[in-house]
Design a protein around this ligand. Structure first.
Ligand code: SF4
Length: 346
């Protein structure tokens, strides 16, 4: 039998079918294989108790299993936060972050190498786009954190490199694998996809009925004019259409959104911006996270003062909007999707 059983891409049910079709094995072996890989990080099944009566199969499945989580080439720790860089099989590098919260860890994963949206405030956006990650490469980040760095995360957020909905199918399959109770067992309410909010992807997600999967919308503007200035991609839809899509989604999924708003000095920080933003979000069941801009390398923008950030939050709160100020450092290092990534030296 040829090798190439990429188990990190499979839900338990999918593995069960593959084991049956390939080897004629049933649910007992499927359970054992899935548990050893996802819960114990064991790839060599030859000496495990579940296979004491089927050593031959253990040898075959061990040689057929492929786990390509990539090579961990760098790990940096700062104030309890761990950022790690993975080199993929084709040499591309991606970044992930494990952030300690009060009661659990959150892992921020990448979904693409680079990003084609080119948002002006975003580090990843300056890298250009190389390619989508496979489901295996997305799950590999959680696998590496758990079994190579000993960092188990309760929450998974797609806020690393890339626009997750631009890699819709692989990201959604990764969500299914993460959510599988026999594997990593991450509840949907603990998985957040951060997106610029492509309408067609929001509608497609609604049709999948993944109730309780969290969406965080990287909005960053109170009107299309400002949004186009800092998020110039032609693929960014109008804010009015986005608003309608979010309202429709919230009706069908009964979900509350996070709206992220990176506050940038002299770009989107006026009283008029706050009033317009409050009006915009009122019909959307949502909570706004205000994140003071943290300048990327060679940034054309500057951070707002602490006073300005608090003032902007107060203006929103006075309009009756649920608003929180998030600190861009430490545990709130994740801002919008894609604050990670290295820009190639020219
Ligand atoms: S903010 Fe998100 S969509 Fe925009 S460039 Fe960065 S990763 Fe891409």
């Amino acid at each position: 039998m040829s090798s190439g059983l990429k188990i990190l891409e499979l839900t338990f049910d999918e593995l069960r079918k593959v084991l049956h079709a390939r080897y004629g094995k049933g649910i007992y072996h499927a359970r054992a294989v899935y548990r050893e890989v996802f819960q114990n990080g064991i790839q060599d099944l030859k000496n495990t108790a579940d296979f004491s009566n089927s050593r031959n199969f253990a040898r075959v499945i061990t040689s057929d299993l492929e786990i390509n989580a990539g090579e961990l080439i760098e790990t940096k720790k700062e104030n309890g936060t761990t950022k790690f860089i993975t080199r993929l099989q084709d040499g591309h590098e991606i970044e992930s972050v494990v952030i300690p919260m009060a009661t659990h860890n959150t892992i921020c994963v990448s979904s693409q190498v680079g990003c084609r949206f080119g948002c002006k405030f975003c580090q990843t956006g300056q890298m250009g786009f190389s390619r989508n990650l496979t489901t295996e490469e997305i799950i590999g980040q959680v696998y590496s954190a758990k079994f190579k760095l000993n960092l188990t995360a309760r929450n998974v957020v797609f806020m690393g490199m890339g626009e997750p909905f631009d890699n819709f199918d692989n990201v959604i399959q990764a969500v299914r694998v993460l959510n599988d109770q026999r594997g990593f067992n991450v509840a949907l309410r603990y998985i957040t996809i951060s997106t610029v909010g492509e309408i067609s992807a929001i509608q497609k997600l609604a049709s999948l009925g993944m109730k309780r999967l969290r969406l965080s919308i990287s909005l960053n503007a109170s009107n299309d004019h400002v949004r186009a200035r800092i998020m110039p991609s032609q693929r960014i839809s109008s804010m009015r259409n986005l608003q309608h899509a979010l309202i429709d989604y919230s009706f069908s999924e009964k979900e509350t959104f996070f709206i992220t708003y990176i506050l940038i000095q002299n770009i989107n920080d006026t009283f008029e911006d706050a009033i317009e933003l409050a009006e915009y979000v009122k019909p959307i069941p949502s909570k706004i996270n205000i994140i003071p801009y943290n300048p990327r390398s060679a940034s054309p923008f500057e951070s707002p003062s602490e006073e300005k950030v608090l003032q902007f939050c107060n203006w929103l709160a006075e309009c009756g909007v649920f608003v929180r100020k998030r600190n861009p450092k430490g545990q709130d290092v994740m801002a919008a999707c894609g604050q990670l990534g290295k820009i190639k030296e020219s």
